[in-house]
Design a protein around this ligand. Structure first.
Ligand SMILES: [Zn+2]
Length: 64
């Protein structure tokens, strides 16, 4: 079994989350499932439509 870790840091993941990810244009988004630790899960969920920024991408919870 691979060592699981959060998509954004080295913490153990809390949950797999369906997210939307985009760079410049929120309408041009990718939909994917990533593992997040409790801290980042909270950040992504709080970020709302503006998205949580990470390495040039914006992330928000949910596919829409
Ligand atoms: Zn994390």
């Amino acid at each position: 079994m691979p060592i699981a870790r959060c998509e954004f840091c080295t913490s153990a993941p809390r949950e797999e989350v369906a997210v939307s990810r985009w760079t410049a244009d929120p309408d041009d988004r990718e939909r994917l499932t990533i593992s997040l630790c409790a801290k980042h899960l909270k950040r992504v969920r709080r970020a709302g439509n503006a998205g949580h920024q990470h390495r040039g991408y914006s992330y928000k919870a949910g596919f829409w």
